[in-house]
Design a protein around this ligand. Structure first.
Ligand code: PMP
Length: 429
């Protein structure tokens, strides 16, 4: 497959953009080689600058659940654009999307929009601190909550891939207030509460993790977090930026029946445009300015283009579409597991809704220590073998995969066949 156009584009980008990318994971540090520069996308496929097509299992890291350039989303954007792209005033688009979110996500009575997942989590933590009058919070090792300072301690996603889970530039005083415990370890959470009496504002968690690879909560873990936060007077924050409208209409909280105090959202609710949101009970959310005393603002917050794309996307989703997507994800995972078994490759696969993942290690993987036992060198070779066969998986072992309404059974089956071929070639190298 000729990808010389990407080589040229990457060289040009590196001259004017640090590392040639505007988000670390895009640089292919986890798998080596040159990142592929895309020029367009339609349905389940990406097309690169050389004209090669790839079946896309990354979907812009989650947002594109409708598939790329879905006609309804494109139409909504065209209509919105002709009315002007930003006013800096309230609009009815915001109320409409907020209503859809409130109707679907059980713990949300009110929701505030911003422009990224990072903003959502940063605001959620400020709100929790303002509400409780406490400074510290608990975060899980390997969970990623965006790139604001307090979260870049033991962070997942590209912070893991590049080996910089603790970024330079984060003040020691900031880092001191982020308490780190292993995922799925409720006893460690209790210990952290006991060692820091009346100092912990919140526990923030990816209720199903996509950012150390795909890791699910063990039975009872989320319920234990709910009990512990209540017992110690802290708020429970579910970071559903990735899982919201991804594992099901109501996020992980609805699937698992555990309701947080604050939920952060992003990705799917913007239909591929920049968006973030955080919501919760009216009692907590009303502490935000202008009515309360916890500040939040944003020039492009609730932007009409982003709201329109989000509304059009959420209109395509229902329990029925999620049952269909989960069927595809299960088919993909069992097919991949069968390929790995046949080729004697240690593996651990999992799926929830339209999200899935696989590790090259003997499972079960329940935390970061387990995720790190994965054979990242094998993953890198497998990734490139799939890329050369026109399938785009995440360029890192420590990321999840995604399906869209544009993927079909034939594509899933073809992916499994190609995976068998790619793995055979990989193991011969
Ligand atoms: N939280 C989670 C769980 C995420 O997966 C991400 C992004 N991958 C973020 C927060 C940050 O979102 P954004 O990249 O839009 O700032």
């Amino acid at each position: 497959m000729n990808r010389s156009g990407s080589d040229t584009a990457f060289a040009a980008a590196k001259r004017v953009i640090p590392g040639g990318v505007n988000s670390t994971v895009r640089a292919f540090k986890g798998v080596g080689g040159t990142p592929v520069f895309m020029r367009s996308a339609k349905g389940a496929y990406l097309t690169d600058v050389d004209g090669n097509d790839y079946l896309d299992y990354v979907l812009s890291w989650g947002p594109m659940i409708a598939g790329h350039a879905h006609p309804d989303v494109v139409r909504a954007l065209q209509e919105a654009a002709t009315r002007g792209t930003s006013y800096g005033t309230p609009t009815e688009y915001e109320t409409e999307l907020a209503r859809m979110i409130v109707a679907a996500v059980p713990s949300i009575d009110k929701v505030r929009f911003c422009s990224s997942g990072t903003e959502a989590t940063a605001n959620a933590i400020r709100l929790a601190r303002g509400y409780t009058g406490r400074d510290k919070f608990i975060k899980f090792e390997g969970c990623y909550h965006g790139c604001a300072d307090p979260f870049l301690i033991a962070a997942g996603s590209s912070a893991l891939t590049t080996g910089v889970p603790n970024s330079k530039g984060v003040p020691a005083a900031t880092a001191r207030d982020t308490l780190i415990v292993p995922y799925n370890d409720a006893a460690a959470v209790r210990a952290a509460f006991e060692h820091n009496p009346e100092q912990i504002a919140a526990v923030i968690v990816e209720p199903c993790v996509g950012n150390m690879g795909f890791v699910q909560p063990l039975p009872g873990f989320l319920a234990a977090l709910r009990t512990l936060t209540r017992e110690f007077g802290a708020l429970l924050i579910f970071d559903e930026v990735m899982t919201g409208f991804r594992v099901g209409m109501g996020g992980v909280q609805k699937r698992e029946g555990v309701l947080p105090d604050i939920t952060t959202l992003g990705k799917v609710i913007g239909g591929g445009l920049p968006v973030g949101a955080f919501g919760g009970t009216a009692e907590i959310l009303d502490h935000l300015t202008p009515d309360g005393d916890v500040f939040q603002a944003g020039t492009l917050s609730g932007n009409p283009m982003a709201m329109s794309a989000g509304i059009a996307t959420l209109r395509l989703l229902s329990d029925t579409t999620f049952a269909h997507l989960e069927g595809l994800a299960t088919r993909l995972c069992s097919g991949m597991a069968e390929v790995f078994r046949r080729r004697s490759v240690p593996h651990w696969v999992g799926a929830a809704g339209s999200m899935f993942g696989f590790f090259f290690t003997d499972g079960p993987v329940t935390d970061l220590a387990g995720a790190k036992t994965a054979d990242t060198a094998l993953y890198a070779r497998f990734f490139h073998a799939m890329l050369d066969r026109g399938v785009y998986f995440a360029p890192s072992q420590f990321e999840a995969g995604f399906l869209s309404l544009a993927h079909d059974r034939a594509e899933i089956d073809r992916t499994i066949e190609l995976a068998d071929d790619a793995l055979a070639a990989t193991l011969q190298q």
